[in-house]
Design a protein around this ligand. Structure first.
Ligand SMILES: C=C1C[C@]23C[C@@]1(O)CC[C@H]2[C@@]12CCC[C@@](C)(C(=O)O1)[C@H]2[C@@H]3C(=O)O
Ligand SMILES: O=C(O)CCC(=O)C(=O)O
Ligand SMILES: [Fe+2]
Length: 355
C-alpha cells in the first residue's frame, strides 16, 4: 500500500514553491509577499477584537456531555477546542521549544532539511503555495513519522531530542485523534462496523506540521497562511496561548479569529470527514494573519485513513425520508483524493460532488 508521502510524488514542486525567503533579512514586505487588498479577503481587514464575542466551543473531554458537544460543534462550525485532552503540558512545552530551536536557526541551516521537489516531508513553504500568486509569511517543517533523516542533516550530533519529542507527540496525537473520531462516530449513531474502524485505524495517514509565522513589518499586507481547508479527517492544532492569528471563515460574518485558550487544543474537520458525514459537518475554511510583534509558532497534526481506504458518505447517513440514496459525494480512495487536492486545491471537493 502506498504511503501518504508517495501520494505526493506525482505533483512535484518547483524550488520557488519550496524554499522560504530568509525572513531575518527583510525589513519590509517585498512585492512577492504583498497580497492585493480586496474588501473581504484582505489581511488588512483587521477584526475588531473588542466588538465581537465569537468564540469556538471549548469542550472538556472528561465531561459526560463531551460527545454531544463535540458532535454539535462539528455540525455547526466544523471547529472546536478541547481541554482535559490528556496531552501532558510538558510535552506541549517541549514541542514548542524544539520548534523554536529549529526555526530560529539561520536560513542556511534550515535548508539542510529542505523538502525535496517530489517529497512531502522536511522544511519548506506550505504545500498550497503554487495555487497563489503571492507568497505567504510562513515557513513549515512537515513530518510523517520519524524526522530522523532531516534532523540528522541539521544537527549531526544533536538530533536525538528533536526526534524523541516529535515521535512522542505523534504517538499521543494519534491516540487523541482516534478518541475524538470514535466520539464523533458515536454522535452520528454510526457503529464501528459501518466504517470498518479496525482498518481505518491501521496504517492511518498522519502528518505533523510545525508552522512558523515570523514577525512581519506590515501584517496588513501579508498573509500567514492563505485560506484553505485541511485535506484529511481531523486536524489538531496546538497554538501558543500568547499568539493569535488563526481565523475561520463564517457564513455572513467573514473572517473571525480563533483566540488561543491556555492548555486547549483546536480541533477542526477536514475534507474527508466532511465527505464521510455527507456534508453534515463543514470542512472549515481558515487562514492565518501574521503579527508585527510576535513570532508565532503552531503545531498541526493531521489524521486520516490509510491511502487505499475508500472515503465516501457513510451508508447510514445517506438515507433521508423518501430518498433511497442521498449521497452527496462519490467515494474515492484517500490516495486519489490527496492527489486531486494536490492538483486542484479547493476545486477537489466539487470534483467528487454528485448533488
Ligand atoms: C497531510 C498533509 C496535510 C497538509 C499536507 C500534508 O501532506 C502535510 C502538511 C499539511 C499542510 C499544513 C499547512 C496547511 C496545508 C493546507 C498545507 O499546505 O500543508 C496542510 C495540508 C492539508 O491539510 O491539505
Ligand atoms: O497555524 C495555524 O494557526 C493554522 C495552521 C493550519 O491551518 C494548518 O497547519 O493547516
Ligand atoms: Fe489548516
Amino acid at each position: 500500500m502506498a504511503t501518504l508521502s508517495e501520494a505526493y510524488t506525482e505533483t512535484p514542486l518547483h524550488l520557488q514553491h519550496i524554499i522560504p525567503i530568509d525572513f531575518d533579512s527583510v525589513e519590509e514586505v517585498p512585492q512577492s509577499h504583498s497580497w492585493p487588498q480586496s474588501d473581504d479577503e484582505s489581511p488588512r481587514r483587521m477584526f475588531n477584537l473588542d466588538g465581537d464575542h465569537f468564540s469556538i466551543p471549548a469542550i472538556d473531554l472528561d465531561s459526560p456531555d463531551a460527545i454531544e458537544m463535540a458532535g454539535h460543534a462539528c455540525k455547526i462550525m466544523g471547529i472546536f477546542q478541547v481541554t482535559n485532552h490528556g496531552i501532558p503540558s510538558s510535552l506541549l512545552r517541549e514541542i514548542e521549544s524544539q520548534a523554536w530551536r529549529f526555526f530560529t536557526l539561520p536560513a542556511r541551516a534550515k535548508v539542510k532539511a529542505l523538502r525535496s521537489p517530489s517529497g512531502a516531508t522536511g522544511y519548506g513553504v506550505a504545500r498550497i503555495a503554487p495555487f497563489f500568486n503571492k507568497f505567504m509569511w510562513h515557513e513549515g517543517f512537515t513530518m510523517m513519522g520519524s524526522p530522523l533523516e532531516h534532523a540528522r542533516e541539521v544537527w549531526p550530533h544533536g538530533y536525538r531530542k528533536f526526534c524523541e519529542v516529535m515521535e512522542d507527540y505523534q504517538d499521543k496525537m494519534k491516540a487523541l485523534s482516534e478518541r475524538l473520531l470514535a466520539m464523533i462516530l458515536k454522535y452520528l449513531g454510526i457503529s464501528e462496523h459501518d466504517v470498518d474502524w479496525p482498518r481505518l485505524r491501521s496504517n492511518a495517514c498522519t502528518a505533523l506540521q510545525l508552522n512558523s509565522y515570523p514577525r512581519c513589518p506590515d501584517p496588513g499586507q501579508a498573509m500567514g497562511l492563505a485560506p484553505h481547508t485541511d485535506t484529511l479527517l481531523l486536524t489538531i492544532l496546538h497554538q501558543n496561548h500568547s499568539a493569535h492569528g488563526l481565523q475561520v471563515h463564517r457564513e455572513g460574518r467573514g473572517w473571525v479569529p480563533v483566540f488561543p485558550m491556555n492548555g486547549a487544543l483546536v480541533v477542526n474537520v477536514g475534507d474527508m470527514l466532511h465527505i464521510m458525514s455527507n456534508a453534515m459537518f463543514p470542512s472549515v475554511v481558515h487562514r492565518v494573519i501574521p503579527s508585527e510583534n510576535t513570532h508565532r509558532l503552531t503545531v498541526g497534526y493531521f489524521y486520516g485513513p490509510p491511502t487505499d481506504f475508500h472515503v465516501g458518505p457513510i451508508h447510514g447517513l445517506t438515507q433521508t425520508s423518501g430518498q433511497e440514496d442521498a449521497a452527496r459525494f462519490r467515494s474515492i480512495t484517500v490516495k486519489d483524493y490527496v492527489q486531486m487536492k494536490a492538483k486542484n486545491l479547493d476545486k477537489a471537493l466539487s470534483m467528487i460532488r454528485i448533488r
